[in-house]
Write a protein that binds this ligand. Structure first.
Ligand SMILES: Nc1ncnc2c1ncn2[C@@H]1O[C@H](COP(=O)(O)OP(=O)(O)O)[C@@H](O)[C@H]1O
Ligand SMILES: [Mg+2]
Length: 242
């Protein structure tokens, strides 16, 4: 049977009188990767902040990996979700080596406070290899390129074998070549890892073929939802920018 990865029912969020999200419903089952689309300011990051349990909706129901919010231990749940966000990039201790940054993913922490065993070290190395960036292993996070940083952070997220991975605008700030390279690694994750990917972007050309479904927000509301090709049809995109 297909497992439920995410279920949002009529999610609504107000800030004062302003509606930030309005009646957003979204179901993800195991086996489909999703794009979360929408122009700047449409509510994508806010929606994710609700999914991560960092923000509480004004109305609506949230459950992630079969656990209903309000009835579950969020700290426990967070261990099964891999987040790659700008916020994270800023929190990483800049002097740590790339390999240690990946290793820290096992503890969902930013430094390493426990003894590292050989098995974990091998796993971290093979994840860097999987991301095609073994060569940065011993370099400090501070000196590696933006594209390499994103790969290291994705490897870090994979270290915990997450059931769900959320990539919030991972290609921001990358040039064409670095972007192509990162997207190739993300394709490989979609195909080969046992995880559901949510790929967030306002650049529709970043949507790789492995992303089966898409949800599009406009001004905090669901504007379109369904198979990626249908959501990204000319008609819908034209409507979106009207
Ligand atoms: N802490 C906040 N307080 C008030 N408004 C906010 C806050 N965070 C986001 N918003 C507003 O919510 C809307 C959606 O923002 P956001 O979720 O960051 O959009 P996106 O990620 O799609 O670019 C924007 O209009 C933004 O100004
Ligand atoms: Mg955002």
């Amino acid at each position: 049977m297909e497992k439920q990865v995410l279920s949002l029912k009529n999610l609504t969020l107000y800030r004062g009188d302003e509606v930030i999200l309005k009646d957003v419903s979204w179901e993800i089952t195991d086996g489909d990767h999703w794009a979360l689309l929408g122009p700047n300011g449409s509510g994508k990051t806010t929606l994710l902040n609700i999914v991560s349990g960092n923000l509480w909706p004004s109305r609506g129901e949230v459950s992630v990996l079969g656990k209903q919010f309000g009835k579950t231990d969020l700290r426990e749940l967070r261990k099964h979700i891999g987040w790659v966000t700008t916020f994270l990039t800023e929190r990483v201790p800049q002097r740590e080596t790339a390999l240690r940054v990946v290793l820290s993913g096992k503890y969902a922490s930013f430094g390493i406070y426990e003894k590292i065993d050989e098995e974990d070290r091998e796993k971290a190395k093979s994840l860097l290899q999987f991301m095609d960036c073994s060569y940065v292993e011993d370099r400090s996070f501070r000196i590696i390129s933006q594209g390499e940083r994103q790969k290291v952070l994705i490897a870090r997220a994979l270290m915990a074998d997450p059931a769900l991975m959320v990539l919030d605008e991972p290609c921001t700030g990358l040039d064409v070549k670095a972007r192509r390279n990162l997207l190739a690694s993300i394709s490989r994750i979609c195909r080969e890892k046992e995880t559901t990917v949510i790929y967030v972007t306002h650049h529709f050309e970043e949507i790789i073929p492995e992303i089966d479904k898409a949800i599009m927000l406009k001004e905090g509301r669901v504007f379109a939802k369904g198979r990626t090709q249908e959501v990204l049809s000319e008609q819908i995109i034209e409507e979106l920018f009207k």
